[in-house]
Design a protein around this ligand. Structure first.
Ligand code: GLU
Length: 280
């Protein structure tokens, strides 16, 4: 089977060793079977992206010896596709607008005797899910579009989708348990979309057959599998890989400039040295 994989960094900082590992991993999974490898810019965080980081991604990946197929489509240019997907979910009755501020949500949760928690922390308490149709329409009429986020009614969505499974090539078959996240946001106030929605829409549009990414995103896949089902999209397989940590066992972050690919290069390391350091 020919494989299609992708590497999807956010151009919000310099790439570091963790990105190098993820990129080489995805590239290798495709190229070893003569498959295709795409590069995607996850740039929906418009306030955090900077033009120089896009160029740095290209430069660093080339230096690492990686090549990619087709032109890169930044997610910021794919907003129509995300809007269509949202409309499709809305038509299924599994979306609702949420007017809450972060602070209101925090206060609501603090006032609850016990709040369910998931991988991303406390579940949204469901305040806006419980609005009547009239109240919802009244709030919509007086609220600016960019102050409304759209949430998935998780219980309804799971009911509609039924039992789902997905395959992680390293860990085997999984039963999807998206309900552990509660009512996730699919369109953020500030972005009009979200990581979960965009990644699912883009993976389908690019015909990705194997989604590779770090283990920190393993749980998110439960949500992605559900969205694929609701949107009628093809289901890829996944392979979540280890994360690269510093000497103290802490996962590398964008602010660790000392471990950025460019600083290693400037310090005289070769691409081969970097691969060696990563055990590749
Ligand atoms: N942008 C994500 C990251 O840098 C990748 C998400 C994905 O591959 O689905 O970890």
């Amino acid at each position: 089977m020919s494989e299609v994989t992708r590497f999807a960094p956010s151009p919000t900082g310099w790439l570091h060793l963790g990105h190098a590992y993820a990129a080489i991993f995805a590239h290798e999974r495709a190229r070893r079977v003569g498959g295709r490898f795409f590069l995607r810019m996850e740039d929906i965080d418009a306030s955090r992206v900077r033009p120089e980081y896009y160029d740095a991604v290209y430069e660093d990946l080339r230096w690492l010896g990686l090549d990619w197929d087709e032109e890169v489509t930044p997610q910021l240019q794919r907003m129509d596709a995300y809007r269509d997907a949202l409309a499709q979910l809305d038509a299924l009755g599994v979306l609702y607008p949420c007017f809450c501020t972060r602070r209101e949500i925090r206060e609501e949760i603090a006032a609850m005797p016990s709040a369910p928690h998931g991988p991303d922390g406390a579940h949204y308490p469901g305040t806006c899910r419980q609005l009547s149709a009239d109240d919802r329409a009244a709030r919509m009429a007086v609220t600016a579009e960019d102050l409304v986020s759209w949430r998935l009614d998780m219980a309804k969505a799971v009911d509609l989708a039924g039992e789902l499974r997905w395959v992680d090539r390293a860990r085997g078959e999984q039963v999807a348990r998206p309900e552990m996240f509660g009512d996730v946001i699919l369109a953020r106030k500030d972005a009009g979309t979200s990581y979960h929605l965009s990644v699912v829409v883009d993976d389908a549009a690019q015909g990705v057959t194997l989604v590779t990414r770090g283990e920190d995103l393993f749980e998110s896949t439960h949500i992605h599998r559900l969205l694929q089902q609701l949107l009628g999209l093809p289901v890829p397989e996944w392979e979540h890989h280890r994360l690269i940590c510093d000497e103290s066992g802490k996962r590398l972050a964008k602010r660790d400039d000392a471990r950025s690919i460019r600083s290693l290069r400037e310090a005289g390391m070769s691409a081969e040295d970097v691969r060696g350091k990563l055990g590749l």
